[in-house]
Design a protein around this ligand. Structure first.
Ligand code: SAM
Length: 336
């Protein structure tokens, strides 16, 4: 125990994405079905104690960032406690960082308490600035609430503040420049994500996807983009945006995969460890966390499962392989 989490390809894991729920206040078409979603059973959802137990073992093994996600993490009624207890953990490299990916809707009411609890960073998802489009895309008329969330984050001073958009053909690909301008006006970094085959309806197709190169071409018509070197294990490639003093990022998981530098693991809300967004295998922590053994034995077992998950990580996500199978869970149940 305590040794770093190194896989067969010498990748050292520092980042654990923790999904807190599969529920969400929006129903983005590329992520969740409108109806008929099979929700995770309530009794299978990890408690705060269980999340902290896993996170403590992960931190001891060198995980330094916990990113809370979902579903919508702010729907957890105990979200402030989750942040507060995770933020107290330390890894051999020092204190850990707690970050969050959210749709922002509950940020105005929760942000002061979250920052007080130790939240270090926030990414907010926003795909369009047009109210009707937003309604159609998320199946909820809540654009104003998301914008209020972004403004609350801006005014809180939490930095870096990032806004994430999935770029989609015929849906928001005419808004890429406007989204960057909106982010700049709100002191945020805009990041575009290539759409991935993770929708619950399994409707993804490559032609529909707006590629990294297309995004750069569209932005390049408006600004000079200067590449920023030193990406490390980060999913986004980044560019300086002309003389705006701002930065834009592109997460090109499909056309320019960054698996070779991946340092991420995932914990689903129902206690399954995953070594890749696209993996079809999961490593079940629930029976371990709920077994009637001594705390020491439980810690040892969690550590074993964690290492087994890391040891079996594949070289890449293999979206392009003819045998690629889309994971059974949608993004909301894996944790984006
Ligand atoms: N509810 C939170 C939010 O809205 O950010 C956190 C969960 S959401 C699943 C996390 C991120 O995953 C969002 O930025 C969302 O746009 C992205 N996402 C969901 N499905 C995706 C897909 N099929 N391809 C690319 N990104 C996706």
């Amino acid at each position: 125990m305590g040794q770093p989490l190194v896989d067969r390809f010498s990748r050292v894991h520092h980042d654990l994405r923790v999904s807190l729920t599969d529920r969400c206040s929006l129903r983005c078409t590329y992520c969740m079905p409108e109806q008929g979603n099979e929700w995770l059973a309530k009794q299978s959802i990890l408690t705060v104690d269980e999340i902290v137990e896993v996170a403590t073992v992960a931190a001891a093994a060198g995980v330094t960032t916990f990113r809370l996600t979902g579903g919508e993490p702010l729907l957890r009624t105990d979200i402030v406690e989750v942040v507060e207890r995770l933020a107290r953990l330390t890894s051999p490299a020092g204190p850990v960082e707690v970050a969050m990916t959210t749709n922002g809707i509950r940020l105005p009411e929760l942000l002061p308490a979250l920052i007080g609890a130790g939240l270090g960073r926030v990414n907010i998802s926003l795909d369009t600035l047009d109210r009707e489009r937003f309604h159609k895309l998320t199946r909820r008329d809540r654009l104003d609430d998301v914008i209020r969330g972004i403004e609350a984050a801006r005014d809180s001073g939490l930095r870096p503040l990032k806004i994430n958009a999935v770029a989609m053909r015929g849906i928001n690909d005419d808004e890429l420049v406007d989204l960057v301008a909106f982010a700049i006006a709100n002191e945020a970094e805009m990041r575009f994500i290539e759409q991935m085959p993770l929708d619950a309806g399994h409707t993804w197709n490559r032609e529909q996807m707006v590629t990294r190169d297309e995004i750069l071409t569209a932005l390049g018509r408006r600004w000079e983009l200067e590449p920023i070197p030193g990406r490390g294990g980060a999913p986004a490639e980044r560019w300086r945006v002309g003389d705006t003093g701002s930065v834009v990022g592109v997460i090109a998981s499909v056309t320019a995969p960054f698996c070779g530098a991946c340092d991420r693991l995932r914990l689903t809300a129902d206690g399954q460890l995953r070594n890749c967004l696209f993996s079809v295998d999961e490593y079940d922590l629930l029976p371990v966390l709920r077994s009637d053994v001594s705390p020491d034995e439980r810690v040892a077992s969690v550590d074993r499962v964690l290492r087994n998950c890391v040891a079996n990580k594949r070289a890449g996500h293999a979206i392009d392989d003819p045998g690629f199978l889309q994971p059974a869970r949608g993004m909301n149940a894996i944790g984006g």
